[in-house]
Design a protein around this ligand. Structure first.
Ligand SMILES: C[S@@+](CC[C@H](N)C(=O)[O-])C[C@H]1O[C@@H](n2cnc3c(N)ncnc32)[C@H](O)[C@@H]1O
Length: 278
């Protein structure tokens, strides 16, 4: 019997087939976006009373076009961040300045607006369109566009707490190290950070050869779509990364104290890595 994976790899080598496949996928995506826009125009106000980003902006942070899952996950992230902070004796309400790094269209940050006693909130992302939408519609925070690589515009030791949901799950090693260094710079001494990774509960879905790289190196950067037909419209470097716990302990401890890695700690999916700047 012909092995399905072998057949797929063979077809990929016939030059026109991947291109036709990419075009078909893109055309299908545009159709789905048009359909989601049609549905969106018929939906009422959002559950939190705030404006709602378009399906396409939601897709960029979320990989899905529907409104309901955008809210479910955003709300759940807030709850999980609070729980993770509580597990190390911290409380969002005590921080003077909090940064959501790679905030997209504010899926998570919008849920922190009513946190009692909390100081300033800032969100930053490379996605200028998402940030323009946030500036216009989510007034409880200030918003910045950062470049693909550091530095940000923030002074040293600006933040008490930085959370980074589903960003280091998409960067290669050189971007990862550059941003770890920058996050360390802008965090106050003693400050806290929570970053997420695709941890061991998500490694089972990898192919054998990918798994081998991950097991050997502790890190895997998997390239899928690139170029103009990339559905999320984000830069080509934005792909999918996987980390082992040993790798995080060894490599990230060059920048922070790795306090704890919580298996599936965010939305019962990605691992949450709790870091402190000593
Ligand atoms: C999966 S989305 C998650 C968005 C948001 N953290 C959330 O949970 O809703 C990843 C985000 O990382 C952003 N991103 C990618 N590279 C970045 C970089 N170099 N600096 C800042 N943000 C980046 C993308 O634009 C995108 O908004």
């Amino acid at each position: 019997m012909l092995d399905f994976e072998f057949a797929k790899q063979f077809l990929k080598r016939v030059p026109l087939i991947p291109r036709a496949h990419g075009l078909a996928r893109y055309a299908r995506f545009r159709f789905d976006v048009a359909k989601a826009n049609w549905v969106e125009a018929r939906l009422g106000e959002a559950e939190d009373g705030l404006p709602v980003p378009s399906p396409e902006l939601r897709y960029r942070v979320h990989g899905a076009l529907d409104r309901a899952s955008f809210f479910t996950i955003g709300r759940r992230c807030r709850r999980d961040i609070e729980g993770l902070l509580a597990s190390v004796g911290q409380d969002m309400g005590r921080f003077e300045h909090v940064l959501d790094f790679g905030c997209g269209c504010g899926r998570v940050l919008r849920f922190f607006r009513d946190e009692r006693g909390m100081g300033r909130l800032t969100g930053t992302d490379i996605d200028a369109e998402a940030i323009a939408w946030c500036r216009e519609n989510l007034k409880s925070a200030t918003w910045d566009v950062n470049q693909d690589l550091p530095p940000t515009r923030y002074a040293d030791a600006s933040f008490d707490f930085i959370y980074v949901i589903s960003v280091f799950t998409h960067l290669d090693e050189s971007f990862q190290f550059a941003w770890l260094e920058e996050l360390r710079r802008i965090l106050k001494p003693g400050g806290w950070a929570i970053l997420t990774v695709h941890g061991k509960s998500l490694h089972g879905a990898l192919k054998e050869d990918e798994r081998k790289v991950l097991d050997q190196k502790g890190f895997l950067y998997k390239v899928d779509q690139t170029g103009r037909l990339k559905l999320d419209g984000l830069p080509d470097y934005y792909q999918t990364a996987y980390h082992t716990q040993d790798y995080v302990n060894q490599q990230w401890s060059r920048f922070f104290e790795v306090v704890r890695q919580v298996d599936r700690g965010i939305c019962s999916n990605q691992d949450a890595v709790i870091l402190q700047k000593k």
